[in-house]
Design a protein around this ligand. Structure first.
Ligand SMILES: Nc1ncnc2c1ncn2[C@@H]1O[C@H](COP(=O)(O)OP(=O)(O)OP(=O)(O)O)[C@@H](O)[C@H]1O
Length: 567
């Protein structure tokens, strides 16, 4: 869970950079505060010939000098101060950006690590577009707030305080005006700011709904075309785009209206100040130069006031964004079991002991099911469609844990091995093979090192070597999104070759040759027979020819496992 407290704790980890940046901010503020006053002082002291502190100091340093010389010297000083101010601002931005980018990087990393450990059940219900938008736009919203608050708040507050002091010194009555008007502006705008949270959340929500629908439409584009459903799906997208526009419009025009309103409040104050300034010259000994200095300060104050106001609404937007990020962090992760024992050294005997399993809201898929699966044998798992074969395969492969009962590998319970270790040693090849939009080589190795010889050997056993040899790019051929450039049967053979390469201790072929013609299927099975017999192999199939290859046969019936044949 992320809260603002956590963010502050994170900022505290960068104490050195943070303090340094605040010191730079302080120096920048001190440098910037006299700037608006220097030129107007010349009006009194040079044009209206009322010598004062500024000209006196300049004469002490540069000696008596003409009006031209005072103006040029003052101009140079103002320009140097302005340049210094900008340079210090850049330095300060560097540190603040470093801190905030580091923090948002950590947030993204934490969400990603959480997603990495997600339970497969939770993953199956996941809306990918929605998660993508939380990781991108919501984290950006938090970052925006951090930058504004961490970097601009201190400098804005200091500037306002500094300016208020100078104004009070120039003329305490005018100074008071500002001190009274500023809280009014801030409080008024703060009230409107709270509404921004609602619009921002609604806008982010419609971005993620849109993103989700867009991704799904593009992913299932072929099916949509095949059923001539473009109109239906794109109409949905058009409507979502319209909604997105409406929400974005609601958000931005209201924020804009709010900005204008606060600016109007400022302008009203500004006009009153101008009038009060003139009155102060007429009735209260304020010099014309100082009156112009007050005008300059009014403009000078605009940026810090606007900044403080925008910090308020970016705070509410960030709060909404944090809530959505936290929802992602609340997604269930898979249970973590300690790696107490590793039973995968030898051929693996699998004992299924009274397991019961159901998906979140479903009925029991398996109830009190037991069976033994022997090593160095091929076991066929059969049963009616929807009976739970794939479910059992996924339980054995460590994707799900049974709600009741135990699964033991060479006598060791899954709770003592850890699901990740189980998956490392089991290859589950499903009927539908999904490939990465990368080269064939990557899809075979998944980034692990194998010699070319090993790869070609695996392709040969999977009856894919001749096909790949004919491709101009051979192993470096890109397979396209989800492997679209390959036929269903080729994809299945890529998955088999991948399993051959990774040499798992347990291999489960779940209808994974269903797209092959009988001849090729025969050849593949003949090629991999010895590979299958060197480990624990389970074949899930409907075809009698495939089942006939098995030595043991198990059947799922009425949520239980029946042993039909043992060799
Ligand atoms: N992720 C899931 N969430 C909820 N129910 C599921 C999920 N996956 C499968 N099921 C349900 O579990 C039951 C068993 O499905 P499973 O895929 O294990 O059967 P199967 O025997 O492999 O079927 P087939 O021979 O058709 O491949 C089905 O009723 C299915 O609807």
């Amino acid at each position: 869970m992320y809260t603002f407290k956590h963010l502050i704790k994170e900022i505290k980890k960068y104490k050195r950079e943070f303090i340094l940046a605040q010191i730079i901010a302080l120096i920048a503020t001190i440098i910037s505060i006299p700037i608006p006053m220097l030129m107007p002082l010349l009006i009194d002291e040079v044009l209206l010939k009322k010598p004062g502190l500024w000209v006196e100091n300049l004469s002490n340093i540069f000696g008596q000098c003409s009006a031209f010389c005072y103006v040029i010297v003052t101009l140079i000083i103002v320009l140097v101060l302005r340049s210094l101010f900008v340079a210090l601002n850049v330095a300060q931005t560097y540190f603040f950006e470093k801190i905030t980018k580091d923090i948002t990087y950590k947030i993204r990393l934490r969400v990603l690590s959480h997603l990495k450990n997600l339970s497969i059940n939770e993953y199956e219900n996941l809306k990918t577009g929605d998660i993508a938008s939380r990781l991108i736009s919501d984290v950006n919203t938090v970052e925006e707030f951090l930058i504004k608050s961490v970097s601009r708040f201190v400098i804005s507050a200091l500037t306002l305080i500094g300016v208020a002091i100078v104004l009070l010194l120039i003329n305490w009555k005018l100074g008071l005006f500002i001190l009274i008007l500023n809280p009014f502006v801030v409080v008024l705008s703060g009230k409107i700011a709270r509404k921004v949270k609602k619009y921002k959340a609604a806008q982010n929500r419609s971005i993620s709904i849109f993103q989700e629908a867009l991704i799904e439409t593009l992913e299932l584009f072929e099916q949509i075309k095949a059923y001539n459903k473009e109109d239906f799906f794109f109409k949905k997208l058009f409507n979502l785009t319209k909604e997105l526009k409406q929400k974005a419009f609601d958000f931005s025009y209201k924020v804009e209206a709010f900005n204008k309103l606060s600016f109007l409040v400022f302008l009203i104050g500004f006009e009153i100040f101008r009038a009060a300034g003139i009155l102060a010259v007429a009735y209260d000994n304020l010099t014309i130069g100082l009156m112009l200095a007050v005008y300059s300060y009014l403009w000078f104050m605009m940026t810090p006031i606007q900044d403080i106001i925008s910090i308020q609404y970016s705070y509410f937007a960030a709060k909404a964004a944090l809530d959505r990020i936290n929802e992602t962090l609340e997604l269930k992760t898979e249970p973590k079991f300690p790696h107490k024992q590793n039973p995968f050294e030898n051929p693996v005997q699998i004992e299924i002991q009274n397991i019961s399993f159901k998906y979140n809201e479903s009925d029991w898929i398996l109830k009190n099911a037991s069976a033994a699966i022997r090593p160095n044998k091929i076991t066929a798992l059969i049963g009616a469609s929807g009976g739970g074969k794939t479910t059992l395969a996924k339980i054995i492969a460590g994707f799900f844990t049974p709600n009741e009962g135990d699964i033991k590998y060479n006598g060791v319970s899954f709770k003592e091995i850890g699901l990740d270790k189980i998956r490392e040693n089991v290859s589950l090849i499903l009927q539908e093979t999904r490939l990465f939009n990368d080269t064939l080589l990557f899809n075979l190795t998944l980034g692990k090192e194998f010699s070319e010889d090993e790869i070609w050997k695996a392709l040969k056993l999977a009856e894919l070597k001749e096909t790949v040899e004919k491709w101009p790019e051979k192993l470096n051929t890109y397979v396209g999104k989800n492997g679209v450039k390959l036929s269903g049967g080729q994809k299945q053979r890529v998955a088999i070759a991948r399993a051959l390469l990774h040499k798992p201790k347990i291999i489960i072929l779940d209808e994974s040759t269903s797209a092959l013609d009988i001849d090729t299927e025969e050849k593949v099975f003949k090629n991999i027979e010895s590979f299958l017999k060197e480990r624990t192999s389970i074949i899930i199939a409907h075809r009698a020819e495939t089942i006939a290859k098995a030595e043991d046969i198990l059947m799922i019936k009425n949520k239980e496992i029946i042993t039909l044949k043992t060799s």
